[in-house]
Design a protein around this ligand. Structure first.
Ligand SMILES: Cc1cc2nc3c(=O)[nH]c(=O)nc-3n(C[C@H](O)[C@H](O)[C@H](O)COP(=O)(O)OP(=O)(O)OC[C@H]3O[C@@H](n4cnc5c(N)ncnc54)[C@H](O)[C@@H]3O)c2cc1C
Length: 360
């Protein structure tokens, strides 16, 4: 039976890690609570309208990420968007997903066993013979005798997390030798806590220091193309708007739509306010930039939008437990590149940990 791993999170980090682990011969299952892979590389659709509502563009500084991005361009899921905003060109290439940012996640998920609408509810360790009633990554029988990971999943049939259409909770359990956790760190810690996993004190302290800024995003239909200057994205400076984009000018949406991101400061101060009020206030602030009417606004709250306090090191291998690595953008840099590089580091660290057999 091949060695096996569960990767929680089908964002960039989790997908990059999963591809590396699968290439190394591991049986891998990726679990994500979302309806599609990609995580914060996300595109929302409604009829013909489209919005990139998380990451807006990709930049590559590290040669390893540049190589990945070249692969995406060759595959037709990314292309150069521009070399600067607001009329200024600084020469640095910004890429967009084609047709939208979520295309990158879909491409990376190909050939992998990625299970979406699968919300992990808790994570525990197991130490017995594989229970024939429990699915094991890579097939039955389950991990024999040795320590392994046991992940409890609430399936989402489209009504509410963990509930089938008829109200049944569709809970399942999956086991594997090793685990990679890529949700934002506070969410990963909550999953381990829910299953009673005791992290070593230094691991917990280092992980609890990681912190994120939130971002409130307004997604609006526009009555006509906006007045935003080419290439259709702008950082206006000041409060409350951190970023504004015309998804039609960007090439994401066939009809005019706008994505408005509030600044981290404004988002933190207003995160729990009424969503209609948030939309009204941000659209009022955006009106002089868009200079067209906006309808049907939706608000998306990214509670963990961008890491503000990073972990020291590109991933964290937990001590004293079956093979476990935590990773994500917060372990390298607060952008897509950081997530991808952390995914690479996590795969290398997990393989090393599995081959050495060390647990401390
Ligand atoms: C508003 C915004 C704007 C941004 N702009 C840019 C930009 O212009 N350029 C740039 O480079 N970066 C940008 N970023 C940052 C970039 O999106 C991230 O750095 C990167 O996508 C993070 O990838 P990740 O894999 O680490 O995390 P994520 O993409 O967050 O992936 C984690 C995954 O874990 C899943 N998950 C969480 N909990 C569970 C659970 N219990 N069970 C199952 N699955 C779970 C989530 O659904 C998610 O898919 C932006 C981010 C935001 C939010």
């Amino acid at each position: 039976m091949p060695r096996s791993a569960i990767v929680v999170g089908a964002g960039l980090c989790g997908l990059v890690a999963a591809r590396e682990l699968a290439d190394a011969g591991l049986a891998v299952v990726v679990l994500d609570k979302g309806r599609a892979p990609g995580g914060r590389l996300a595109t929302r659709r409604d009829g013909p309208a489209r919005w990139d509502h998380g990451a807006q563009f990709l930049t590559a500084r590290d040669p390893r990420f540049a190589e990945m991005v070249e692969d995406w361009v060759r595959a037709g899921v990314a292309s150069e968007w521009c070399r600067g905003f607001g009329g200024a060109t600084d020469g640095h290439v910004r890429l967009r997903g084609v047709p939208g940012m979520s295309a990158v996640g879909r491409w990376l998920a190909r050939d992998l066993d990625v299970r979406t609408t699968s919300r992990v509810a808790s994570i525990a360790t197991g130490d017995g013979l594989g229970d024939p009633a429990i699915e094991t990554v890579g097939g039955r029988p389950g991990p024999r005798g040795g320590p392994h990971w046991r992940v409890v999943i609430d399936g989402d049939e489209g009504v509410a997390p963990g509930h089938a259409g008829d109200g049944r909770i569709t809970t399942s359990v999956l086991e594997a030798d090793a685990l990679v956790l890529t949700p934002p760190v506070p969410q990963s810690l909550a999953l381990l806590d829910a299953g009673g996993v005791a992290l070593a004190d230094d691991d917990r302290a280092a992980l609890e220091r990681v912190a994120y800024d939130p971002c409130l995003a307004v997604l609006a239909d526009l009555d006509a193309p906006s007045a935003l200057p080419a290439p259709g994205g702008l950082e206006p400076g000041g409060e409350p708007i951190g970023w504004i984009a015309d998804n039609q000018a960007k090439g994401v949406s066939p009809v005019p739509t706008a994505t408005i991101h509030a600044t981290a400061r404004w988002s933190a101060a207003n995160f729990d306010r009424d969503r209609d009020e948030i939309a009204r206030e941000l659209l009022r602030a955006a009106a002089p930039l868009l200079r067209v009417g906006a309808r049907n606004r939706r608000v998306h709250g990214w509670r963990y939008a961008k890491p503000a306090v990073l972990h020291d090191g590109p991933c964290r291998v937990a001590r004293g437990l079956p093979p476990l690595v935590l990773a994500g953008d917060a372990f390298v840099a607060p952008r897509a590149e950081g997530a991808a590089l952390s995914g690479l580091a996590a795969a290398v660290a997990l393989l090393e940990r599995m081959s050495s057999g060390r647990s401390s």
